[in-house]
Design a protein around this ligand. Sequence first.
Ligand code: RP5
Length: 163
Amino acid sequence: MQAEVALIMGSKSDWATMESAAEIMDALGVCYHVEVVSAHRTPVKLAEFSESAADKGFKVIIGGAGGAAHLPGMVAAHTRLPVLGVPVQSKALNGMDSLLSIAQMPKGVAVGTLAIGNAGAFNAGLLACQILALSNPVLADKIEAFRANQTDTVLANPDPREV
Ligand code: RP5
């Protein structure tokens, strides 16, 4: 099956965060490709991966990185595909470095920046699915059901003292 989402990250150490993106894509039945592609340690690979991504059939790229998190921005510089950036929580600065590195893009090269950490990774996966759902009614129905179930779960147990 053709992977529509490229889920890439700067290091294997990012997987504990980025697997949250995989979790929601698994739940919604979206096929994705996972690979470590580092802006700093494998810069040539990053350029080649990004430049060939559209031709390979990817429609959305999710890039996660921490610290000097140049991965999503550099990927976006090499492709017209939408790039969603996930700031991985760093040890030194708790992810503020990652967040600002990803969010502060110059005008003309767009990266959609998500929240720091697992929530951001999960939402990147969800947002990728929502983008794909624009041209996939079956996926759109699955997203509607996911959202309805989430709402029902909250409404069914509004007492904060109960688990
Ligand atoms: C970044 O440096 C990676 O995205 C990772 O978040 C961080 C630390 O990488 P490792 O030293 O754990 O490989 O490039």
